[in-house]
Design a protein around this ligand. Structure first.
Ligand code: ZN
Length: 218
C-alpha cells in the first residue's frame, strides 16, 4: 500500500461527479478521473469532462464502453427514443441504462487496482435516485463486496453524495470553491445543453430546483 493518498473518480462531467471530483481534490494527494464513452447521445459530456480535468490539472482517462449502447439501447444513447419527462409509476424510467453503474464501477476498479489505488469515488445519491436501482447504497455496498472478492483486494467505494439532495450538492460544491465551475462547466441536461441546460428536461428541473433552494439560503 502506498503512503500517498490517491483516488479514482468516476467522472461524467455532470454536476454530481464534478462535485465529487472537487471533493476528492481536497481530500487526496492525487486524483485520477475516469470517463466512459458509450456513444451517449451527448458527446458534449466527454468534452465538458475533459475541460474540467484540464482546469484542475487532473489526469483524465476515457474508456471505451460502446458495448453498453449495443446491449441496452436507451433514451440517453439513441436519439429516436424520447426521454420520459416523469418517472413511471412502475419500473425504471427510460433514461435508465441497464447495468451502467455496475459496469462503470467495475472498470474503474480494474483501473484503480492497476495503479495500486483502493479508493473509488462515485456521485450516486439515494436521496433523489430517480428510480435508478444502481444509485442505492445497498447496491454500492453489495458491489464493493463483490469487487473485493473478485480481485482479492480491499476496494473502498466512496459516495460523498449518497445521503444529500441536489440543494446540498450545490452547497457542497460552493463550500469546495467550485460553485461557478459546476454552474458553468458541467453538463447535466438530457438535451445536451451545458450549464443551466434546456430548463425543461427532468435532469434540468431537478438541478434547477436544487439550485433555487440553495440560492434562497445563501
Ligand atoms: Zn435539459
Amino acid at each position: 500500500m502506498k503512503n500517498k493518498k490517491e483516488a479514482v473518480v468516476v467522472f461524467s462531467g455532470g454536476q454530481d461527479s464534478t462535485t465529487c471530483l472537487l471533493w476528492a481534490i481536497k481530500k487526496y494527494d492525487s486524483v485520477y478521473a475516469v470517463s466512459f464513452d458509450y456513444n451517449q447521445r451527448h458527446r458534449m459530456e466527454l468534452k465538458c469532462a475533459k475541460e474540467i480535468c484540464d482546469k484542475y490539472n487532473i489526469s483524465h482517462t476515457i474508456l471505451d464502453m460502446s458495448l453498453l449502447n449495443q446491449l441496452a439501447p436507451n433514451s440517453l444513447t439513441r436519439s429516436e427514443i424520447k426521454v420520459d419527462s416523469d418517472a413511471p409509476e412502475n419500473g425504471t424510467p427510460n433514461s435508465f441504462v441497464d447495468g451502467r453503474n455496475m459496469l462503470f464501477l467495475t472498470f474503474a476498479a480494474v483501473f484503480a487496482k492497476q495503479k495500486g489505488i483502493t479508493d473509488i469515488i462515485t456521485g450516486v445519491s439515494q436521496s433523489d435516485f430517480s428510480g435508478y436501482p444502481d444509485c442505492r447504497d445497498i447496491f454500492i455496498k453489495s458491489l464493493n463486496t463483490t469487487l473485493n472478492l473478485a480481485m482479492d483486494y480491499e476496494f473502498d467505494i466512496i459516495t460523498p453524495l449518497m445521503w444529500i439532495d441536489k440543494k446540498e450538492t450545490w452547497e457542497l460544491a460552493d463550500k469546495l470553491g467550485g460553485f461557478e465551475t459546476v454552474k458553468n462547466m458541467t453538463l447535466t441536461c438530457y438535451n445536451g445543453i451545458m450549464g443551466d441546460g434546456c430548463g425543461a428536461c427532468p435532469a434540468c428541473k431537478l438541478r434547477k430546483k436544487g439550485l433555487d433552494a440553495y440560492l434562497k439560503t445563501k
